[in-house]
Design a protein around this ligand. Sequence first.
Ligand code: WQD
Length: 338
Amino acid sequence: MPTILLTGATGYIASHTWLALLAAGYDVVGLDDFSNSSPEVLKRLAELSGRELVFVQADVNDRAALDAVFAAHEIAAVMHFAAFKAVGESTAQPLKYYANNLGGLVNMLQAMGRAGVKTFVFSSSATVYGEPQFLPYTEAHPLAAMNVYGRTKLMGEQILRDLEAAEPDWRIGWLRYFNPVGAHESGRIGEDPQGIPNNLMPFVQQVAVGRREFLSVFGGDYDTPDGTGVRDYLHVMDLAEGHVAALRYLLEKQASVTVNLGTGVGYSVLDLVNAFSRAAGKPIPYKIVDRRPGDLPSYYADATLAKSLLGWEATRSLDDMCAHSWRWASGNPRGYAA
Ligand code: WQD
């Protein structure tokens, strides 16, 4: 079976995708520089897969290291997860984000060109849709970025559109993630952000294990059913399987594709908090505070195109997302730290 290069391979989404690719029969070469992930993930993946892993510690900005990977392995496609993703940090440190998210992307694409590898899956994000002009977001929704992180995703998409126009033999998947949450059902791998979590689910996880005193709910006065923000939460294993479906499409159909990867269902902050409380069998203390600047009240996916083109749809429920998150958090209260 084809060998797939995963960048950002020990990160949250890539590590779950690694397992899904192995389960689908692909071979995998993982690449990461551990700038935002732990080497412990490799031990967990070997344990879960029962496989010897092929891994390279390298920075996607290291041209020679990438050329060496393509020389040593017959890579059929690249899934590019290596990017920083903290919205607030991106505003404070824009050059760090442009250098890594866009510089790394261009460097990878150039290395692929030198090696003659032209099948590429890009981790994009619903953030490229900006303020909703209609909901649910379809792939035809106008594009606009609202922060530096979002601009690195939008510019990344546009770099790939220009590449495809110049060299139509590239096969590119633009995958627009909604809100990935949850963990592998084993609870042995999961989301382990460094520092104070920006995102809702990892913060709830840390409250549940006693690392944080309470959750601050950013705004209770939105025009939503319970006044709190609504998002399209997607189980990370559904997202991983969506990547396998997209890869199969690129390799078999010899065509490019842009799809939303979401459930099509919006849940509020309090919906998620209540579901997590059920999973953990304990209350999650929270306080409703001011809105977070830049937050949108509500967004969720039109997920029908991924279903019709890729034959993929999310199958795991919000309760599954919370049960698996709790299994990960309760079994690893300090994440991957010993
Ligand atoms: C979800 C909801 C918050 C934290 C961002 C990026 C997106 C993607 C996912 C990378 C909102 C509320 C959150 C907290 C809260 N990033 N919240 N208290 O902002 O929808 O999306 O992360 O791939 O591109 O834009 O995700 O998890 O930060 O927030 O009340 O401590 O939870 O207001 O309604 P978001 P989030």
